[in-house]
Design a protein around this ligand. Structure first.
Ligand SMILES: CCCCCCCCCCCCCC(=O)CC(=O)SCCNC(=O)CCNC(=O)[C@H](O)C(C)(C)COP(=O)(O)OP(=O)(O)OC[C@H]1O[C@@H](n2cnc3c(N)ncnc32)[C@H](O)[C@@H]1OP(=O)(O)O
Ligand SMILES: NC(=O)C1=CN([C@@H]2O[C@H](COP(=O)(O)OP(=O)(O)OC[C@H]3O[C@@H](n4cnc5c(N)ncnc54)[C@H](O)[C@@H]3O)[C@@H](O)[C@H]2O)C=CC1
Length: 719
């Protein structure tokens, strides 16, 4: 689908028409091939402009086609035909020119962009590389270093920066197509060869080898096991060292490997899953398509601790006025100072003025009377939260949404103390709340569709990936975290060290292993929760053996670590030793090794060799197993929801698609077999017992992940 028109007598205007982003589907490629041939053959046509319909040039190859057999004209010869032609072709870029879209534009002889346009080669984020000549033409146009940056990160570049880099020839705030048409008329007769990027040498600095080596080292460090960024560097190296044709050959070879890789499948799954989770649906029949959010122009945040500060900053950055409430002047002043510093830093990054004027700091709840939406972020303590919600219910206007940032408490119990339980939802942010992309929107049993829609939409305004989840202890993310943490502790009991467990998880692709992550969050957080649940401290049932609680295996190791005053990074000592309190440089601590040895001796445990595979299987399969239970319980709508929660909230490596996708990649029968194996070895660990859904899926021949919803029982869906 490409429309053809002859304008101003001598200019052929080709318009890509494939809404919403004019992706280069087989039909579009066919349309381009046909219309370009027509324009080049028509003696009346002296030059050509290519643009996209509805203010979008082109969002690249049609990603949905990657899962199907390739049909239609291939991109590489299609773009070569444009470049090789003897008539100037101008790309008129509005909206975006991404991936294959930018590669198409690079095959044109000139590029004009609207001031608001974005260009980029994001293929690496899909586990691929720009294989329609992008890795060979872009370095020839802008040089090795900037091309490496754009191709290995996939970042989008705004028009003005694209102009500075030399990607586009002109930027306009007028009608881009009109400007391009005028431009196309003017360049008729000018020499075309220098504009044909494939014929040009790649400008290389004298130290290009060192530059490429350094880029490779840096990319490998950042990639956490992802292969596409490494292949991108190899392709750019080919542009620097080989003639164009040989470089193209290398580009195709690398692409063939990536294209078939499980990482590419995982990353493409994530692309669509990220968009799919926005289309939420409740068991009542309400869904994103039939439930309207209400506008939020004035919000309030209760509690300016770790979370409240970040939430306030996120709201202000989105231009929303905030009333920020603390208990005492001292707490308020401290919160105010930290929020102000955070806002200043954020504004500095964007070269903007910090919008401190949008915040009103107060200790009086009475100032909340005209807030549209309140987010409570006080201590994780049910009686305190109930008291706060009661007060909110009496001071706020009758239609104000009352939200809680609890990390796992019962949203219905909080709703029950208010006069408007239908306006209560959970908005579970992740620390640091102004940075982390995930928001779990917890739907209580009485939350109205409007309340859910408003929280989901507010999350989107704040730049978050919002996922609707049901109400149960820990919701989705933290509920799945529990077996993961417990298995890690059991592995320490059995013979592992924190660095062995973390090493295996980091090799898997997590930014941080479980013990380093716990040190970062603060070990006292979990300790307090365990005390409150009677798992440690004075409320422990005295008849429980030391390593059993409430009828199941329990490891008191984390409690012992806390009892020694080791609270994590904050005081410089946790599972690791840190360079200083608050420091980030972790080193293994012989005192922890000694503690583990004494512990094993005391409890008569003969340490055994734990290997990395066991770490990954025990920790991750236990977490995945809980994910299956969550699906069957109706706490998450589908596997994509769980996967996006883990990718955006818990550092799960995106190139492994999320835990549920990963289970499918490993093979459900294998996951089931390993869980059965470990459960047999540890029958006192209920989370290792394979879930009913996993068994059903395996019994049904392990169907693909997009059909799992058909196998859910959900007698009591919480959504
Ligand atoms: C077996 C061996 C064979 C080996 C050899 C194989 C050789 C193959 C050679 C092929 C060479 C091709 C190389 C190439 O050029 C590859 C590419 O171009 S990959 C695609 C690169 N492009 C992107 O990554 C852009 C993706 N899109 C976006 O970032 C955003 O959508 C965009 C900024 C464009 C717009 O954002 P926004 O306005 O927020 O809208 P949404 O994101 O919600 O999107 C709306 C809607 O559109 C769908 N969509 C977007 N882009 C694409 C796309 N490129 N293909 C298909 N569909 C797309 C998106 O999913 C949304 O629909 P939903 O239904 O909501 O999901
Ligand atoms: N810290 C984290 O990583 C995460 C925490 N959460 C949840 O967010 C909530 C807050 O946690 P943090 O910010 O870590 O706690 P925090 O201890 O850092 O801060 C809590 C703040 O609430 C204030 N506060 C207490 N009672 C108040 C009241 N009646 N009115 C106004 N302010 C009051 C306190 O003075 C304190 O500043 C908890 O429910 C927690 O479970 C959720 C996600 C992540």
């Amino acid at each position: 689908m490409a429309r053809y028109a002859q304008v101003h007598g001598s200019v052929a205007l080709i318009t890509l028409t494939n809404p919403p982003v004019n992706a280069l589907s087989a039909a579009v490629r066919h349309g381009i091939t046909e219309t370009v041939t027509r324009a080049l053959r028509d003696p009346e046509v002296k030059s050509v402009v290519i643009c996209g319909e509805n203010g979008v040039f082109c969002g690249g190859a049609d990603i949905r086609e990657f899962a199907k057999p390739m049909g239609g004209p291939p991109l590489v010869p299609m773009i070569a035909a444009i470049e090789e032609g003897d008539k100037p072709v101008v790309a008129a870029i509005e909206g975006v020119a991404l991936g294959g879209g930018l590669e198409l534009a690079l095959g044109c002889h000139y590029r004009i962009a609207h001031t608001k346009a974005l260009v980029g080669l994001p293929e690496v984020t899909l586990g691929l590389l720009p294989a329609a000549g992008g890795t060979q033409r872009l370095p020839r146009l802008i040089g090795i270093a900037p091309a490496l940056d754009l191709i290995t990160t996939g970042r989008h570049v705004a028009a003005q920066q694209a102009l500075k880099l030399g990607i586009v020839d002109q930027v306009t705030d007028q009608s881009t197509v009109d400007v391009a048409i005028q431009f196309a008329k003017q360049v008729v007769g000018q020499p075309l060869l220098p504009r044909k990027l494939s014929t040009q040498p790649t400008p290389c600095p004298p130290d290009v080898d060192i530059l490429l080596e350094e880029a490779m080292t840096q990319v490998k460090r950042r990639a956490r096991g992802a292969i596409a960024p490494v292949a991108c560097v190899m392709a750019v190296r080919a542009a620097a060292t080989l003639p164009y044709r040989a470089g193209m050959q290398k580009e195709q070879e690398l692409m063939a490997t990536l294209f078939r890789s499980s990482q590419a499948h995982a990353l493409q799954y994530c692309f669509f899953a990220q968009r799919a989770v926005g289309r939420w649906k409740l068991s009542s029949g309400a869904h994103s398509g039939n439930s309207k959010p209400r506008p939020v122009s004035k919000a309030a945040v209760i509690g300016l601790g770790t979370m409240g500060r970040g939430i306030t900053v996120a709201l202000v950055k989105a231009g929303i006025a905030v009333v920020a409430v603390e208990t005492s002047d001292k707490q308020l002043q401290m919160g105010k100072q930290i929020v102000s510093e955070m806002l200043k830093r954020e504004a500095q990054k964007r070269n903007e003025t910090p919008r401190l004027d949008l915040i009103r700091f107060t200790t009086s709840m009475l100032e909340l009377k005209d807030s549209d939406l309140v987010i409570e972020a006080v201590f994780e303590d049910m009686p305190l939260k109930k008291q706060v919600f009661k007060e909110l219910s009496s001071v706020c206007k009758a239609d104000a949404f009352l939200c809680t940032n609890t990390s796992g408490l019962d949203v219905d119990e909080l709703a029950a103390v208010t006069k408007t339980p239908e306006l209560v939802v959970g908005m579970h942010f992740f620390a640091p709340a102004h940075v982390m992309k995930l928001l779990e929107v917890v739907c209580g049993s009485r939350s109205s569709p409007e309340a859910v829609a408003t929280a989901m939409y507010l999350g989107k305004r704040l730049g978050k990936v919002s996922v609707a989840v049901g109400n149960c202890p820990g919701f989705v993310g933290n509920r799945m975290l529990r077996p993961y943490l417990e298995e890690a502790n059991f592995l320490l009991e059995e013979g592992a060290t924190p660095e062995l467990v973390d090493g295996a998880l980091e090799e898997f692709g997590f930014a941080m292993g479980v013990f380093r992550m716990s040190d970062l969050s603060g070990l006292d957080v979990g300790w307090r929760i365990r005390k409150e649940s009677g798992l440690t401290g004075p409320d422990v049932d005295p008849s429980d053996p030391p390593r059993r609680r409430q009828g199941q295996r329990y490891s008191p190791l984390p409690d012992l670590v806390c009892e020694q005053g080791r609270l994590g990074q904050k005081n410089g000592r946790g599972w690791y030793l840190y360079d200083k309190p608050g420091g980030r440089v972790a080193t293994p601590d012989p005192k922890i090794h000694q503690l583990l040895e004494e512990y094993r001796l005391k409890h008569g445990i003969r340490p055994r060799r734990v290997d990395r595979q066991e770490v990954v299987e025990r920790c991750l399969f236990a977490l995945i197993n809980e994910g299956f239970r969550i699906l069957d319980d109706g706490i998450a709508a589908g596997p994509e929801d769980i996967d996006m929660i883990y990718v955006f909230g818990y550092g799960w490596p995106r190139h492994r698609g999320g835990p549920m996708f990963y289970a499918g990649m490993v093979g459900l029968p294998k996951v089931l077999e390993r869980l059965e194996h470990y459960w047999q070895a540890h029958p006192d660990v209920p989370h290792l017992e394979p879930s009913a859904l996993l068994r059903r899926l395996v019994d049904s021949g392990s169907p693909p992940i997009d059909t799992w919803r058909d196998f859910l029982q959900r007698p009591h869906s919480q959504l």
